[in-house]
Design a protein around this ligand. Structure first.
Ligand code: PLP
Length: 425
């Protein structure tokens, strides 16, 4: 079979089903092209992408500047490994650390690898700087978290589907309720060996749970009081998705692409992935200041591909697009419009209970039982009407379009969603 042979949707689905592991349950649509907020299936039907590859394609599909940087670098130098220096990585590290206000960056590829890196960094800091006895460090995590799929990460997941029959599990994690400061305080008071608190500023996979106003700031203060590292997993919420460059920037009044003001919460360790490449290439990173990052020395950690020249070029281009096109500002404004239009409609339907989210990371709660297929069926109907979205857990549909969307396009999408919900039987 030639790489360029054109398949029908049916053929492509059959091939994946026959030859691929069944570790996903995709919507039955086969995409072959993307541009901006749109994707096209093999038969040429055009859709609004309302998932953005789980918030990786914030800058829109095939952004010319990101693709340009990638192609240029691919033709120049692709991979050296970190056995040698390359002339792109340092530039990317400077650009990203200046953008996010940290001293140092450790480059990885996927989100899960960056989370693993942050956990290792936190533990090593705890032994070498905080003085916890070796192998005793605990990291506090939250119920219903999603941080990726590695063995250690699923060890502290409470999602049975992600976890069951993958044991034995990695020790050293304390699970507390999300958005519950008392639970955090109690866990910190009760355990002298806590090294870090790992948290998603909004729980995306769990169904776009936005914590109470002030939760992150107060949690950070508790961590500071106990000399515990506050680790923000912004793999999904970061890079302008929630209407700020980072969700931990909080509700400062600026929503400004040039903002370099004091964030609501400055994490001790920041984890980024997904849109750090605009979805063009796997690029992830962990950022921290010197007093933390300096515990990592040659040989302690690494990756053949992490920090490769293509990733560095793509990462820089992706961040530049976010700044130049004011995507945080756009996500903020369109997010307000999206929720306000849906809130106007919700009283007219008994299908949707509520809409929630921040910026362009939103979800609607379907009025049906957790195990019903209603959210899936609605996504199938949305697909027929030219908009692609996917349920998260149970009866919740996440809506996360590329941030390059215009107001007119968003209004068009809102009318597709409302029309679909009205017609839905
Ligand atoms: N952390 C969060 C908050 C995520 O949402 C995800 C993926 O959805 C990950 C980590 C894992 O990223 P990856 O799939 O690139 O390993």
């Amino acid at each position: 079979m030639a790489v360029l042979e054109q398949l029908t949707s049916q053929q492509a689905i059959e091939l994946e089903n026959k030859y691929g592991a069944h570790n996903y349950h995709p919507l039955p649509v086969v995409l072959s092209r993307g541009e901006g907020v749109f994707v096209w299936d093999v038969e040429g039907k055009k859709y609004y992408d309302f998932l953005s590859a789980y918030s990786a394609v914030n800058q829109g599909h095939c952004h010319p500047e990101i693709v340009g940087a990638m192609v240029h670098q691919a033709e120049t130098l692709t991979l050296t490994s970190r056995a040698f220096y390359n002339d792109m990585l340092g530039k990317f590290e400077k650009y990203a650390t200046e953008t996010f206000h940290f001293d140092k960056l450790l480059p990885m590829n996927t989100g899960a690898e960056a989370v693993e890196t942050a956990l290792k960094l936190c533990r090593k800091w705890a032994y070498e700087k905080k003085g916890i006895s070796e192998n005793d460090a605990e990291i506090i995590v939250c119920e219903n978290n999603f941080h990726g799929r590695t063995t250690t990460i699923i060890s502290f997941s409470n999602d049975p589907v992600a976890r069951e029959n993958f044991g034995p599990y990695t020790k050293g994690f304390l699970n507390i309720e999300y958005d519950n400061l008392k639970a955090l305080e109690d866990a910190l008071d009760a355990n002298k060996n806590v090294a870090g608190f790992l948290v998603e500023p909004i729980q995306g996979e769990a169904g776009v749970y936005v914590p109470s106003e002030g939760y992150l700031k107060a949690a950070k203060a508790l961590c500071e009081k106990h000399n515990v590292l506050f680790i923000a997993d912004e793999v999904q919420t970061g890079i302008a998705r929630t209407g700020r460059l980072l969700a931990t920037c909080g509700n400062c009044s600026c929503a400004d692409k040039h903002c370099s003001g004091t964030p609501e919460v400055k994490p001790d360790i920041l984890i980024l992935g997904k849109a750090l490449s605009g979805g063009a290439y796997p690029v992830s990173a962990v950022l921290a200041n010197d007093e933390i990052m300096e515990v990592i020395r040659p040989g302690n950690h690494g990756s053949t591909f992490g920090g490769n020249p293509i990733a560095a070029a793509v990462g820089m281009a992706a961040l530049e697009v976010v700044k130049n096109e004011e995507l945080a500002q756009n996500a903020y404004e369109l997010g307000e419009l999206f929720r306000s239009e849906l809130n106007k409609f919700i009283p007219e339907t008994d299908l949707v209970k509520s809409v929630r989210g921040k910026g362009l990371l939103n979800a609607i709660l379907i009025n049906d039982t957790e195990d019903s297929s209603t959210a899936w069926d609605i996504c199938m109907a949305l697909k027929e009407n030219g908009l692609l979205a996917k349920p998260t857990h149970g009866n919740i549909i996440r809506f996360a379009p590329p941030l390059v969307m215009t107001k007119d396009q968003l209004l068009d999408c809102i009318s597709i969603i409302i029309k679909t919900l009205k017609e839905f039987r």
